[in-house]
Every structure is written in C-alpha cells, then in structure tokens.
Design a protein around this ligand. Structure first.
Ligand code: LMR
Length: 350
C-alpha cells in the first residue's frame, strides 16, 4: 500500500516538473515582437498624404514608418496611405481633427486655410533657399506660427521639404508675369496664391492635386505650378509643352497630429515618434533636393517639354511685380512676419 502511495507521489511530481518545464519553454518563445498582437493591442497610426510613394514626402513617410516599427518592436505601427487614397486636399485637416487619421503632411500653403498668417511662406521669392526657411521657422517668429496652429488643435511634429515651384503651360511659354493673362491656372487652396495669379489677370482654380492631370487633359485648366518631383510623379510634363524654371514659390509640408491625440499618447511612444522624425528630417530635406535635381536632368534630356530658365534679372521683374501681395499681407497681419524675412534688412540672419 505504502509502495503504491510512493509511486503515485513520484508520478505526480514527475508531471508537475514536466508542466513547469513546458511552461518555461513557452515563456521563452512568447512574442516580444508586438507585430503578432492584434490591432487593438498595438498602437496603429494612420498617416495620410496626397502624393505618390516615390516622391520626397512619400519616401520619407515610409522611412518614418519603418523606423517607428523597429524602435517599438512593432508595438507602434504607422500605416501610410499615399495618393490621397484616404482623404484629398480639402478633407485631410478635418479627418485629422475627427480622429479618422492620426498624421497628415499637408503643404504649408494648405495650412493657410486654417491659420492665414502661414501664407508668409507662399509669398513669391520670400526665401532664397530651404535653409533660410528652416531658420525662419525655428526662430521665435516661426514658433509663433507653429503656436497658432497648436491653438487651433494641431500639433506640429516636423517640417518636410519639396523645394520650389515652377510654372508649366500648355500652349506657350511663360516669360513674364503678364504672360499669365487669362490663363486658367491650377493652384493649391491658398487665398494668397489665388491673389498672386489674379493680380496678373489669370484665372486661378483651386483643385485637388490628384485631379490635376485629368483637368489638364480635358483642358479645364491650361497651366499649373508645382515642384519638379510633383510634376513628373503625375506625368504632367507629358501633357504640358512649356516649363518655366522660376523657383518663385516654396513648397514644404507640416507634419501634423491632432493635439489631443498627441497628449494622450504614452510618453515613450511620443519619444519614439519624435526620435524617428529627428532621424528622417534631414535625410528628407536632402532627398527632396536630390530628387528635384534628378527630375530636372530627366526633363532636360527627355525632349518632352520646352524648358525656359528665368534669368536673375527676369526673376527680379517677377519679384517686383509681386510687391502688392506683400503689401496686402502687411495690411492683414501687420509687418512683423515680413520684417523678419531674411531678405529684409534687419530680418533673421542665417
Ligand atoms: C499640391 O497640391 O500641389 C501639393 O500640395 C501636393 C503635395 O502634397 O506635394
């Protein structure tokens, strides 16, 4: 009888040890890779933008998503939706406020629809290059602009680049502002850009970037302004005959989140996102320059569009002709934003 008890005890202990070993071995293989968790157990951030994947913004969004995934072991997943697939120009900001997406990257011009002072960046020939602009935005005057956005409920995470805009037209080359007379020109939603074209009796049409090709094709518009990376990414050079390298206006992006969404994120997640952006930002700026240069070489070689380069004297004529838009800006917002421009005496130095 005692012998029987002993063998039961032995078998019982054996099973306990076996169960312990099994659970230990399972603990070792438990997923530390959060990707295996369901969407409701991870943090999923939807990043919507309106351009193609092979553009400076599209490539940077993907790179940012990769870094966030790696740094968080998959706990934070940034899902990127390019080409206005989720939301077009007029819808992005609302979708962000509603929590339908968590990150957007609208052009600074589009930001002027909610904080019109941001139009300072749209003023033609306001900045000579991107570094002047970064300096302006990181200075106290630029921080005021960013603060205004914050008060509207939008938190700025970064500024990305796409360089300067050029003008293309279907039927004839644009050499001087008066060549814009009566042309229907596609523009981004910005009252200041609209004013710039109206000044020269053009007919500016605000429309979504992703509708541009078809509107040019069906001749609803004659002309458009954009960076070379955007122009080539939508094949616009194939249906426009004339391109003027004018570098007249800036195109950059504000990487935005909803302020409340941001505040509610765990601090370590905020750090991961900020560090990932810190890693991407400068790379993105250089990439934008490189892609736009490559696109210029491509267009020069393709024999598909006639390119005209404005001379420095001609640029000066354009710049002088745009002076009334500067005056209008001062009338609406006072002179402090313009006085701080690097080109103005006493403005921000690099
Ligand atoms: C445009 O609408 O032309 C641009 O803002 C597109 C973009 O985001 O670069």
């Amino acid at each position: 009888m005692q012998r029987g008890n002993q063998s039961y005890r032995f078998i019982f202990s054996f099973f306990i040890v076996l169960l312990f070993c099994i659970s230990c071995s399972q603990m070792k293989t438990y997923p530390i890779d959060f990707e295996q968790l369901g969407e409701d157990e991870r943090i999923v951030i939807r990043f919507s933008h309106v351009v193609g994947e092979n553009t400076p913004k599209g490539l940077a969004a993907r790179q940012f998503a990769e870094i966030v995934k790696k740094r968080s072991n998959g706990y934070v997943e940034v899902q990127v939706f390019p080409n206005g697939y989720l939301y077009g120009d007029g819808e992005e900001l609302k979708a962000l406020s509603n929590g339908d997406v968590q990150i957007i990257a609208p052009a600074t011009s589009k930001i002027s629809t909610i904080v019109p002072e941001w139009s300072i960046l749209d003023l033609p020939y306001a900045f000579n290059d991107e570094s002047e602009l970064h300096h302006y935005l990181t200075n106290s005057i630029g921080q005021e602009l960013i603060e205004k956005l914050e008060r509207k409920g939008f938190h700025t995470l970064a500024i990305w680049e796409n360089g300067f805009k050029q003008i293309s037209n279907r039927d004839y080359p644009i050499y001087e502002p008066n060549d814009l007379n009566t042309l229907k020109v596609r523009i981004m939603p910005s009252r200041f850009i609209e004013r710039q074209f109206k000044m020269f009796n053009a007919d500016p049409k605000i429309m979504d970037f992703n509708d541009l090709y078809s509107y040019l094709e069906n001749r609803s518009v004659d002309a458009q302004e954009n960076t070379l990376s955007n122009i080539t990414s939508k094949n616009i050079h194939s249906i426009q005959k004339n391109l003027t390298i004018s570098n007249h206006g800036y195109l950059g992006y504000v990487i935005l989140v909803d302020r409340d969404f941001w505040r509610e994120l765990p601090e370590e997640v905020q750090h991961i996102i900020e560090e990932a952006l810190a890693e991407v930002n400068e790379w993105q700026w250089n990439l934008a320059r490189k892609i736009n240069q490559e696109k210029l070489s491509f267009l020069e070689a393709c024999d598909c569009i006639d390119i005209y380069y404005l001379t420095d004297e001609e640029k000066q004529v354009w710049e002088d002709a745009f002076q009334p838009v500067y005056d209008y800006y001062v009338n609406r917002f006072g002179s402090k934003y313009i006085d701080a421009l690097p080109k103005v005496e006493g403005g921000i130095d690099e």
